[in-house]
Design a protein around this ligand. Sequence first.
Ligand code: NCD
Length: 306
Amino acid sequence: MFGKRHVLSMREFSRDEIDSVLDLAESLEPYARGGRCEALSGKILALLFFEPSTRTRLSFETAMMRLGGKTLSLGPAEGSAIAKGESLADTIRVIGAYADALVIRHPKEGSARLASQFSPVPVLNAGDGAGHHPTQTLLDLYTIRKESSLEDLRIALVGDLKYGRTVHSLAYALALYGADITLVSPPTLEMPASIKADLAGKGTMVREAHHLDSVIRDVDVLYVTRIQRERFPDPYEYSKVAKSYRIGPESLDGVRDGLIIMHPLPRVDEIAPEVDETRHALYFKQSFYGVPVRMALLKMLMEESR
Ligand code: NCD
């Protein structure tokens, strides 16, 4: 359905396209749990991770293997020609000729888009600095659709909204579903003005708050994020906001019955482990949903190029 296209940001997705990824993910979920599927047998996915990753890298790898395909991985930059000074553009041109699609995570904003300009095969952005993380958003939407509802959704995005790429991507997608969004962050870590302006331009209902107490009882989904320590130019600035939010069992008094708490993970200390045992905690299930959703994307992008 997608043909040869890149997955760089949620801004390039329509609601129909998102729904078709989520529908396909639904039908692939049994295979994500261990069934056998050979849809991508003979295909190769290259993984280029220039920043730490656990879930994104391993769920792409799992997704590819569950579809009968194979992966190759660049490994740390010190072990490749990048250590000799090779440019990203050259690396991409070369690996693009070995593989049928590329997944890239890189500390620089815009790097996936740059890669797409040199790649002969589809590029999937697995996080470009503080920019975007569209495949995370697709699994977030899948989780909301399955465990809550995308209709009349009231959601709070909590934490580091300035540097957090997951919330940047998610905000664009939520606008397509007409969600009512509350942005909760310390004053210095608010959602970038350009994204807020884009949301306003789409007629999205957006409120801002600095404290969680006033918000947590009014929402269906609480999407919590880590303060992105590695993006702070000054460690002192990080220390000032590091422990801004912590959701403990006591925070859940009076919340909606169906409230779900999501987190892209890794968490540091923004959600107490005691919350894991409550019916509201969805973050581990959410990370599993990365497999069927990435299977769906890979199938849509790579099957057509046979
Ligand atoms: C996120 C990321 O890398 O942006 N992690 C992930 O992909 N699940 C969130 C984070 O690192 O805080």
